[in-house]
Write a protein that binds this ligand. Structure first.
Ligand SMILES: *Cc1c(COP(=O)(O)O)cnc(C)c1O
Ligand code: SF4
Length: 338
C-alpha cells in the first residue's frame, strides 16, 4: 500500500526537508522548555503525561516567548497547567459534535457546500485549548486507498464546492502527499475552492517552502489558507515572510483566533493582533469562543465579555480588520455569531 499521508515520522524515500529537520528539534517535554526560557520550575507542577495530550512546542515559537515570564501569552497557550485535570461541567471530549458529522472515514460535513478532511493527527505544536485534543485520529485514513471512500463521496456530490484540509495540521504531511491529495481534489470538476487550515505558518514558518508555494501556485482551485494566531507576539519577521510567500503564490490568507483568558481577552491585545495581521494583508476571519473541551476550562472567556470586546474593537479598527465572534454549536448549519 502506497502511503500518501506521510508525516515526518513515517517519511522514508524523500530527503528530509528543512522544516522536517526543524520539527525534530522541537521541545517535547515541559522541563526542556522551562530550561530554555529560564523559568523557575518550583512555581509549576510538571505533569508526567501532560494530561493525555503530549507536550509539543517548536523552537521557533518558543523563541518568541519572553524569558523567565510565567505569564507570557505564548507560553500560556502551550504549557500543561494542572487545571487541565479539572472535570468542569459541560466540558467533554467531543465538544462540537464532530463524531456525529463524520460522513465518511476522515471526512466531516456540517455545512452546506463544504467538507472537511481530517488530513492527519499531527501538528507542529500542541495548543492546550485545542478542541480536537481528544479526537480519535488513529481511526482516520493513513493511505490513499483509505482516502478513496471520502474522495468518491466528494465526487458523487456536486453540491460540494469547497474542500477544507484540516487535522491536526495538513502541512505536517510531506509535499508529495499534499500533491497527491491536491491532484485528486482538483480532478473533481465541481470543486472550486481548496482551503488549508494550518498553524504552521506561525509555529514553523519555514514549512512555507518552495514545495508548498509551488502547490499553491499551480492549482486550478481558488486557494485559501486560514492560519491560526492568537497574539501579536506570535508574529515575527519569519512569519511575515511566510505570509508574503503564500500571498505571492496567489492564496488568500485569513486568520482565526480563539478568545483565551489571560492571553488575548482585552481590547489592546486584540487590536494589536488585528492591526499586525492586516499590516501584512492577512484578514482577521473568526474569533472563536472556546469550545468546551475537557481540560481547557481555565481558558474560558464568557460570551458577554467577548461581545463587549467586539463593541470596543469596532470603534478602533477598519471594518475589514474586525473578526467575527463566533461559537460552534453542535447541530447548527453554520458557526453561530455570538
Ligand atoms: C468550521 C468548519 C467549517 C468551515 O466553516 P466556515 O464558516 O466556512 O469557515 C467547515 N466544516 C466544518 C466541519 C467546520 O467545523
Ligand atoms: S495546531 Fe490546531 S489542531 Fe493542532 S493542537 Fe493547535 S489548535 Fe489543535
Amino acid at each position: 500500500m502506497q502511503p500518501i499521508i506521510e508525516t515526518s515520522k513515517t517519511e522514508s524515500q524523500e530527503t528530509v526537508a528543512r522544516w522536517q529537520a526543524s520539527m525534530k528539534m522541537a521541545f517535547r517535554s515541559p522541563v526542556e522548555l522551562a530550561e530554555f526560557l529560564g523559568l523557575n520550575l518550583e512555581q509549576a507542577i510538571v505533569p508526567s503525561n501532560s494530561y493525555g495530550f503530549p507536550f509539543l512546542v517548536t523552537r521557533e515559537f518558543a523563541s518568541r516567548m519572553k524569558k523567565g515570564d510565567w505569564d507570557d501569552p505564548l507560553l500560556l497557550q502551550a504549557w500543561p497547567f494542572s487545571q487541565e485535570s479539572i472535570a468542569a461541567p459541560g466540558y467533554n471530549e467531543d465538544p462540537v459534535g464532530e463524531l456525529g458529522a463524520r460522513i465518511e472515514s476522515g471526512l466531516l460535513q456540517k455545512y452546506h457546500g463544504r467538507v472537511l478532511m481530517v488530513t492527519t493527527g499531527a501538528c507542529a505544536i500542541h495548543c492546550r485549548y485545542c478542541f480536537r485534543r481528544h479526537y480519535p485520529y488513529s481511526d482516520e485514513p493513513k493511505s490513499i486507498e483509505q482516502w478513496l471512500p471520502a474522495l468518491d463521496r466528494i465526487e458523487a456530490d456536486d453540491s460540494i464546492s469547497e474542500v477544507i484540509l484540516s487535522g491536526g495540521d495538513p502541512l505536517m504531511i510531506t509535499d508529495r502527499s499534499l500533491e497527491t491529495l491536491f491532484k485528486r481534489i482538483e480532478s473533481i470538476s465541481h470543486v472550486e475552492r481548496l482551503r488549508i487550515h494550518s498553524r504552521m505558518p506561525i509555529v514553523l514558518p519555514n514549512r512555507i517552502d518552495d514545495g508548498v508555494v509551488h502547490l499553491l501556485k499551480q492549482t486550478r482551485l481558488a486557494a485559501y489558507v486560514v492560519v491560526h494566531t492568537n497574539h501579536r507576539n506570535e508574529i515575527d519577521e519569519s512569519v511575515i515572510q511566510a505570509f508574503r510567500r503564500m500571498r505571492n503564490a496567489g492564496a488568500v490568507v485569513l486568520n482565526q483566533a480563539v478568545l483565551l483568558r489571560g492571553i488575548n481577552d482585552n481590547v489592546e491585545a486584540m487590536e494589536d493582533l488585528c492591526l499586525e495581521l492586516t499590516k501584512h494583508s492577512v484578514l482577521p476571519y473568526y474569533l472563536h469562543l472556546l469550545d468546551p473541551v475537557q481540560g481547557a476550562s481555565h481558558f474560558n472567556v464568557t460570551a458577554e465579555k467577548g461581545k463587549q470586546l467586539i463593541v470596543e474593537l469596532r470603534k478602533r479598527l477598519p471594518g475589514y480588520a474586525l473578526p467575527e465572534l463566533v461559537q460552534e454549536l453542535a447541530g447548527e448549519a453554520s458557526k453561530t455569531p455570538a
